[in-house]
Design a protein around this ligand. Structure first.
Ligand code: PHE
Length: 361
């Protein structure tokens, strides 16, 4: 029979020589396998020994058993670590590769211009008001002094909604302008008041400068002594600020809107240089908005006494302002969600327009 020392030596050597989990398992079984393991066999023989002999052999055998078990678990960790190292060596990642491409968002010119216009009028003390896009026939027309038989109704190319208003039984429409917000604002607050109301409006029309949905911004100022002079000054201030020029010259052309009296369409002096608009000089005139003094019937519909109060109102096309200021030729492209168009005409996010920081940078 092998001496205990020789036994220890040979098992330590085969454990040390193992280079994989399988080889280590073979070495472990050679020592500790239940039937044929040499150390297991020796341990089971202890019981048959005479006490004298057992007292001498047992501690040495136990010591060797512990030593071999430690050697096995140390070897096991060594193999595991080496395997991880090898895996890391194979599975490397090239962190210098470019990241996955993600389309970058931009601010749509309509949003940009809306923010610019709001910033300018907020500075003049106007508050933002809102109204619904599905509007009752009454708010869109009657309250604005457009009775059912009025020819102005035909001019609006109105989209009618199939379901009528559940409270009044009146037909609903997609609002054809932001003017109904005038009435809603008058209903909601007491004069004096100054509001602007940006939003979507709808008319059945489609060509290079018309889309069935577009954007307007409504202005309304009511006080005891408001006149056309206030209107003119306010719009001049607006044009200078919006087009970022020192001077803007406006021309008031007599016009007709049922909800204002007198009414004026307002033109802006400009010139075109190589297709690009120059505001403030030149011999061309550009129509930019409709306006006038609020009609007494409209004040009444809004619950305001026309004997004590008067005011001006105006309506501007936001999309048209965007086309003019940023040289965008076709309105239809505004609403096609073409990422290349948005990248070209869009604005950097987080550059919020303000009068002190600059409207368009
Ligand atoms: N609502 C008119 C339009 O859409 C514009 C307008 C508003 C005119 C307010 C006068 C006063 O054409």
């Amino acid at each position: 029979m092998k001496s205990l020392d020789a036994l220890r030596e040979s098992h330590l050597t085969s454990i040390a020589a193992a280079s994989s989990h399988d080889e280590l398992e073979v070495a472990r079984l050679a020592a500790f396998g239940r039937k044929s393991g040499e150390i297991s066999q020796r341990l089971s023989q202890l019981g048959k020994m005479d006490p004298e002999q057992r007292r001498e052999i047992a501690p040495r055998l136990n010591h060797i058993k512990n030593e071999l078990q430690q050697a096995i678990s140390a070897k096991k960790s060594e193999i595991e670590e080496r395997e991880i190292e090898e895996q890391i060596g194979q599975e490397w990642t090239d962190i210098t590769l470019p990241g996955r491409y993600r389309a970058e968002g931009t601010i749509h010119p309509v949003s940009q211009v809306t923010e610019e216009v709001i910033a300018i009028f907020a500075d003049l003390g106007f508050e933002v008001a809102e109204g619904p896009q599905i509007e009752s026939d009454w708010y869109n027309f009657d309250a604005l002094n457009i009775p059912p038989e009025h020819p102005a109704r035909q001019e609006h190319d109105t989209f009618f909604i199939q379901n009528s208003d559940s409270d009044t039984g009146q037909p609903n429409v997609l609002r054809t302008h932001t003017s109904p917000v005038q009435i809603r604002a008058m209903n909601a607050a007491k004069p004096p008041m100054r509001i602007i109301a940006p939003g979507r409006v709808y008319r059945c029309d489609y060509d290079q400068t018309h889309t069935p949905m577009f954007h307007q911004i409504e202005g309304l100022a009511i006080d005891t002594d408001i006149s056309m002079a206030h209107l003119k000054w306010t719009l001049e201030e607006f044009c200078c600020a919006f087009f970022e020029v020192e001077k803007a010259e406006l021309r008031f052309r007599a016009s007709h809107f049922p909800f204002t009296e007198p009414s004026a369409e307002v033109d802006l002096r400009c010139s075109w240089e190589q297709g690009r608009l120059k505001v403030g000089e030149g011999s061309d005139w550009l129509e930019i908005l409709g306006s006038g003094m609020v009609h007494p019937n409209v004040l009444k519909a809004g619950g305001i006494d026309p004997d004590n109060w008067q005011g001006f109102a105006f309506g501007i096309g936001i999309d048209r302002l965007a086309m003019l200021k940023y040289g965008i030729p076709d309105l239809r492209a505004f609403f096609e969600s073409d990422i290349r168009w948005l990248r070209h005409y869009g604005f950097r996010p987080l550059d919020v327009p303000s009068l002190h920081g600059g409207l368009s940078r």
